[in-house]
Design a protein around this ligand. Structure first.
Ligand SMILES: *Cc1c(COP(=O)(O)O)cnc(C)c1O
Length: 349
């Protein structure tokens, strides 16, 4: 990262919610079990699932900037939105508890699951534990307008609310992953490694967009970030991610002319399955394989599907041989408990 970019992003207020840099570890047992070893591919994981607040996860990096802004603006109530089992909602609730802010969550019915385990277990149980106020929407209602109306009502009563978009994926939130890109570059310089790919899930785009913006100025690293879309289809994800990268570079006062969209923004759409939040057999296998080979947890909605993509592309020789690949573990462990049945047997479609 150039010093110009670095100082630009350090201008923004930030609160500390997790230890950084997060550790990077090599997955040697997985390398031999997955066929990576025979192709000369070394697999590494960056532990962005580790964080002191709320159980950890990728949303903490974004919340460091979003809530840094909230504190600077003397916000008293944070409103955010997501699916019922949103990791972002849970981490916003936890971070608000940590900072003494009131938190309200607008939870949309995005996945066709109506059992108690899904609606009250996992992240929802933790949202309540962290003291957030929960509003459950019926299918089809627009979470953004409900959140905006609630903010307006609070403002009319003299409060200072702030609405954080789904997944914390504004340009400001994406700065958290610009910082992550910088950590990866620092790690490479310190350890004499050059990662051929940095692999992430893409849901609301902030993780990929921040990383792409962070690597955009590093010469010769075009196309380093490889994402697997887990929420929207590939095309929608690609277009939205391009826009968010541009907004993030603008926030950094960085020149977007270095960006080569078709090279730098790599989105794979083949591993989402039928829809957001619906399990795939490959996801189940990937979560099991990493758990049993390395004792590391993925989640069923995001990182499990992205990891199944990495393993699938590895098996199909779509990754360059004799290369070093870094997977960013993004967290989401609590949602495993909302998907207990999925991991019970082998009859899941
Ligand atoms: C939100 C989330 C993602 C996706 O990150 P985006 O920035 O929304 O694309 C990946 N993994 C987990 C566990 C998440 O909760």
């Amino acid at each position: 990262m150039t010093s110009v970019l670095k100082s630009a992003f350090e201008r923004h207020a930030r609160v500390a919610l997790m230890q950084q840099p997060t550790p990077i570890a090599r997955l040697t047992r997985l390398e031999s079990l997955s066929g990576a070893q025979t192709r000369g591919i070394r697999l590494f994981v960056k532990r962005d699932d580790l964080g002191e607040v709320g159980g950890g996860g990728n949303k903490l990096r974004k919340l460091e900037f979003l809530l840094g802004y909230a504190l600077a603006e003397r916000v008293d109530t944070v409103i955010t939105l997501g699916g019922i089992q949103s990791n972002h909602a849970r981490l916003t609730a936890a971070a608000c508890a940590n900072l003494g802010l009131t938190c309200e969550l607008v939870l949309a019915d995005m996945v066709p699951r109506h059992d108690a385990e899904y609606r009250e277990g996992g992240n929802v149980m933790l949202d309540r534990l962290f003291g957030a106020k929960l509003t459950f929407l019926s299918p089809g209602s627009d979470a953004r307008s409900v959140a905006a109306a609630r903010a307006e009502a609070l403002r009319a009563r003299g409060h200072r609310p702030m609405v954080i978009p789904a997944g914390g994926s504004s340009a400001l939130g994406a700065l958290g992953y610009v910082k992550c890109a910088q950590e990866i570059l620092d790690y490479e310089a310190a350890h004499g490694v050059v990662f051929r790919h940095v692999v992430v899930p893409n849901g609301s785009h902030g993780t990929q967009a921040g990383l792409v913006a962070g690597f955009a100025r590093a010469a010769g690293r075009g196309g380093i970030v490889r994402a697997y879309s887990v929420l929207s289809d590939r095309e929608t994800t690609y277009v939205n991610t391009v826009n968010l990268v541009r907004e993030t570079l603008a926030l950094l006062d960085a020149d977007a002319s270095d960006l080569k969209e078709d090279v730098d923004i790599v989105v794979q759409g083949d591993y989402r399955g039928q829809a957001y939040g619906l399990p795939t057999p490959a996801m189940v296998d990937a979560v099991r394989l990493l758990a049993r080979s390395e004792g590391i947890l993925l989640d069923p909605v995001y990182s499990g599907k992205a990891f199944s993509g990495l393993l699938g592309d590895l098996a199909n020789d779509r990754l360059p041989p004799n290369s070093d690949i870094l997977f960013v573990a993004t967290g989401g462990t609590p949602s495993l408990f909302a998907y207990r049945d999925t991991f019970d047997g082998c009859d899941q479609a």
